[in-house]
Design a protein around this ligand. Structure first.
Ligand code: CTP
Ligand code: CA
Length: 225
């Protein structure tokens, strides 16, 4: 049952949610990012707060109103998000990693504007380096915490999503399709370490969010998954 602060009952769960894209700057005015609107993560934060959880929402650059009762931490880059996770993960019971973290960042961020050269060439190259895998890094030693990752896939989804769940030490992975980016409805398959698979087709992100905040840590880890 939901427990409001200041009332009797078990202490509220402490939930950390990440949402939105990250932004990786090339120079002071240009960046690499992606289509994530942040809506899924914001709906998760809202659904968790509504059931009485203490919620910290770590958000990339998005235009979304902060849900009532939610503590919001705004970040820009993947490395900023990792820093915020390092601060808030140790204190949490549940992590739901809905952010669309940029996989790469420019190797160098120029201090001044990147200018075209008048040397006759009409191509340019930006050297990229891999960002750290935030979920894998932070969930490596997760103890008793419930960890839920997302997997954005185009085709051949289940196998890849299960691989991500294992590699990142998550209890569940929410498989969704690239068509979910920027949309208000989504179709997902929630895959569990216990071998469970729950499909939710064409529902609002708030509906999916209410399902996700009710997940509990699987008791047994199925062998071979
Ligand atoms: N994720 C992360 N840090 C990254 C990349 C992804 O924490 N640098 C998290 C996402 O927030 C998500 C999960 O990992 O919860 C899966 O993200 P996804 O982009 O689907 O997988 P990747 O591991 O990045 O693999 P790829 O994009 O190459 O398929
Ligand atoms: Ca990725």
């Amino acid at each position: 049952a939901a427990t409001k602060k200041g009332q009797e009952g078990p202490p509220p769960r402490r939930v950390v949610v990440t949402a939105g894209p990250t932004r990786e700057y090339i120079d002071p005015v240009r960046y690499l990012s992606n289509e994530s609107s942040g809506l899924m993560g914001f709906e998760i934060a809202k659904a968790a707060a509504e059931r009485g959880d203490d919620v910290v929402l770590i958000a990339g650059p998005v235009h979304q109103p902060t849900p009532d009762g939610v503590t919001r931490v705004d970040v820009t880059s993947a490395r900023d998000m990792l820093e915020a996770l390092r601060e808030h993960f140790p204190e949490c019971d549940v992590l739901i990693m809905a952010a669309a973290v940029a996989d790469f960042r420019p190797k160098r961020r120029l201090a001044g504007k990147w200018r075209k050269k008048d040397d006759g060439t009409d191509t340019a190259t930006i050297e990229l380096v891999k960002n750290p895998d935030l979920l894998a890094t932070i969930a490596r030693r997760k103890g008793e915490r419930l960890v839920v990752g997302f997997a954005l896939e185009t085709g051949d989804g289940v196998r890849r999503a299960l691989g991500k769940m294992r590699r990142k030490n998550a209890d569940f992975v929410v498989l969704n399709d690239a068509s979910a980016l920027g949309a208000t409805t989504t179709s997902v398959t929630v895959l569990g370490r216990d071998g469970s698979a729950r499909e939710i087709r064409g529902r609002s992100k708030s509906h999916v969010a209410r399902h996700l905040v009710r997940l509990e840590r699987p008791r047994t880890a199925a062998a071979g998954r």
